[in-house]
Design a protein around this ligand. Sequence first.
Ligand code: BES
Ligand code: ZN
Ligand code: ZN
Length: 508
Amino acid sequence: MNVKADTRNYSDIDCDALVIGVFEGERPEKGAETGILSDIDSRLGGVLSSLFETGEFNGKPGESAYVHHAGNLKAKRVLFAGLGKQADFNIDGLRRMAGSATRLLRGKKVRRFAIVRRSQLPLPEAAQAVVEAALLSLFDADKYYTSDKTESRLEEMILAARDTESGDQGAQAELNKAIERGRIVAEATNFARDIINEPSNLMTPTDLARIAAEGARSFGLGIDVLDADKMKELGMGALLGVAQGSEEPPKLIVLTYNPSTASDETVAIVGKGITFDTGGISIKPSEGMEKMKYDMAGGATVIAAMRAIAQLRPAVKVIGVVPATENMPGGGAQRPGDVVTSMAGKTIEVINTDAEGRLVLADALTYAKKLGATRIVDLATLTGAVSVALGDIYVAIMGNDQPWIDDVITAGKAAGEKIWQLPLDREYREQIKSEIADIQNIGGRKAGTITAAYFLREFVDETPWAHLDIAGTAWNESAKPYLAVGPTGVCVRTLVNLVDSVAGKSLK
Ligand code: BES
Ligand code: ZN
Ligand code: ZN
């Protein structure tokens, strides 16, 4: 779907449907000369007033009324969309409205529609949010349906933003930039959702590496894919230990974005890429195991964020690192109780082979440091416990550097992605002490999300690092206003904002 801005009066915009947001309790003022609601009400011969009178539509969030009319408007139809109470309205409310309106209009077989600006929210941010929500709302996980696929005729969305003062070139350019940015990050997020949604027989570590390489070629990123021999040479015993139970060869994918003008920082984004997690010898129950295809969501997020970064060109070096392997219980699989030596030299007692994410990340974090990372953020579907703590609403964050953690949380806020910090005090280290090795890979029943993060902390030393546990938020069990059931692509947008903030740009 194409997106463009149009600064003409809404009544002159020629399209299949106009979307007009209405705040709860807002009414067309009788006899008022200005004001869009009274204007549209009179153009539609009082339809809006009658919707209010009958109680059919009140402007509550999520409410809508679709009107076919013969009034004096260029648009063929009008969709009134509830915005909720004006005092509570914010960018997230705007996202929800734009997302649900877009999906609704797709269902009505609309080709071109315009969203009319109603709020006073700052224009570039509001425009970006609308574009993101609209494009994200159109994702459906129906690739493998051979019939009954969701049909979309949507060709164009128009942002009817009359208050850009058409004469103001600067404002116009800024608006177009915001639209473009919204499109880039939404497309990257949907790309992540596509690869997360792939079944594991069609998304092996080799497939993931191929997709990363294709993206690197199209968007001008550096790429290096390490195979098992190279991992052996580097001493990546923790990653190889997980991979040894699988017939599929592991890959360590490294993407590099290296702009000509850059700050001194190198940001590493590291994502867990377990293309299927059976649990290994500590095998998982079969019920729900099919979901473990999304255990590479962190890795997909990194690959997707790198392609957005390549297009947006922030002035900072970024490396994306994805340790990719299956976790299978093959004849050669590692056993509970095995001891492996990580690339950092630390020995690890593998008490539970299902706590594999932290093992592959341990070597990936060490490798990111070897590549010169000065700040690290990792993302992983690491623990079931994070869903117990935060449900599917908040991503958990922990780290070793408060300002860096705050930067990530702020980047998330600007993206409409909620991130909540959990503690990571030294006392938690006790739970991962091993009797025979430097560390063990599980910490018992208590504070599972925290002990997993503490394990990772042992491999980053002093480098500012933040860890995001996305196990609760990477997959939607039920639809949200602009995110269908299935993979969410959570944190692609947060990462893009974060890298931007390091590059010294203001957050958009
Ligand atoms: N991939 C899982 C975590 C997970 C669970 C992701 C549910 C998405 C949904 C991870 O590898 C795992 O199995 N973690 C174990 C750790 C335990 C053995 C300490 C868990 O959370 O049960
Ligand atoms: Zn596991
Ligand atoms: Zn896992």
